[in-house]
Design a protein around this ligand. Structure first.
Ligand code: TRP
Length: 346
């Protein structure tokens, strides 16, 4: 009896910030911990997907390791055998299945992918790798017979194309692949709007993102508590002069209320956004409010960084290597099934 599979990939990223942490990493780690009794949870680092945006190749290997360290410091239990943690490029079947599936996917289908269209518009050298990104992603999912695939809104189209490819292949060659659940079912399963989306401190109209040039609106996980305090104290607010949760009229203050809620929770205080709002609404001194946010943020960063410093690289490498053995076994079984179906193997 095999347990259903939950699978998701988190791209290696050198400078993770609190927006990544609270918006993506922590919800995934919490999900993995909650679900691992009933599901097999595959968390993998899609390192072959890293080249689709310009990267510093000399940093790649270390940023992959660093991501695994951050997950561990965020609470990923490395001793749970129901959770697999592996690197895509250590399982060659991902590449091999991609080359096969490429022949069953239309050029026009790939050209219509919005992420491809967006990125190729802003990029003058559009690589075949970027074009083929969704097929590699389909291989990531289909090799492991995954049913549930939590992804952000920007990836739902890629999940739909994965379903299309799986159904097309099953129709042509018999039951080859498990078709992942449709996006609506995924949302039902994981809960839509997981986690709050932290905004840039200087420009609360946009998502916190490392592409912010000044870095003043972004709190990186490796910022010193003092640097983070400064960024919060100089966060953009408004001239209304009263704390109130209103994303339209007071986006900066609303963002700080959300940040405060998340870091309080991370610091072990079980408070909801509603409670935080109730506690601070009406306060007229923004400086006082910001100081409270800054204190909680400093506490969070200090304890996170202490946990990160204690993470042991050898333990992580052992986990990666043992998961990669299991991942290769599962992936190679699926690959062989495909190779037989299309006539490459007897
Ligand atoms: N494309 C995903 C992202 O940018 C990462 C990813 C690669 C992924 N392969 C995947 C996510 C397979 C889920 C399943 O976020």
């Amino acid at each position: 009896m095999t347990k259903p599979v939950i699978l998701t990939g988190v791209r290696a990223n050198n400078d993770l910030h609190v927006g990544n942490y609270f918006g993506a990493i922590l919800p995934i780690i919490d999900m993995a911990r909650r679900r691992s009794a009933e599901y097999t949870v595959n968390l993998f680092i899609p390192d072959l997907h890293s080249f689709t945006t310009p990267i510093d190749h000399s940093q790649l290997f270390d940023s992959i390791m660093n991501n695994a360290r951050v997950y561990t410091a965020a609470g990923l239990p490395l001793d749970d055998d129901a959770i697999q943690l592996y690197r895509q490029s250590y399982v060659p079947a991902h590449s091999e299945l991609t080359i096969i599936l490429n022949n069953f996917v239309g050029f026009g289908e790939m050209e219509r992918m919005t992420q491809f269209k967006d990125r190729s518009r802003s990029n003058d050298r559009v690589s075949v790798g970027l074009f083929d990104y969704p097929v590699l992603m389909a291989s990531d999912i289909l090799l492991y017979n995954a049913r549930y695939v939590p992804v952000g809104d920007d990836q739902t189209q890629h999940l739909e194309i994965t379903r299309d490819i799986a159904e097309r292949m099953n129709h042509k060659f018999g039951e080859l692949f498990t078709v992942p659940e449709p996006v609506a079912k995924q949302h039902q399963f994981f809960g839509k709007d997981q986690g709050l989306r932290i905004k840039d401190l200087q420009n609360p109209a946009k998502k916190m993102s490392k592409s912010d040039e000044t870095g003043k609106g972004v709190i990186f996980l490796n910022d010193t508590p003092a640097a983070a305090r400064k960024k919060i104290m100089s966060a953009a607010t408004d001239s209304l002069g009263r704390v109130h949760y209103d994303k339209e009229a007071q986006p900066g203050i609303s963002n700080l209320l959300e940040i405060l809620t998340l870091v309080r929770q991370a610091n072990g205080r079980a408070v909801s956004l509603q409670q935080t709002i109730g506690e601070f609404t009406g306060l007229e001194r923004y400086g006082e409010f910001k100081k409270i946010v800054a204190d909680e943020m400093s506490e969070f960063l200090a304890s996170f960084q202490a946990r990160l410093a204690q993470v042991d690289d050898d333990t992580i490498l052992r986990k990666l290597e043992s998961s990669e053995i299991t991942a290769n076994q599962t992936a190679n079984q699926t690959l062989l099934r495909v190779q037989k179906a299309i006539g490459l193997r007897r």
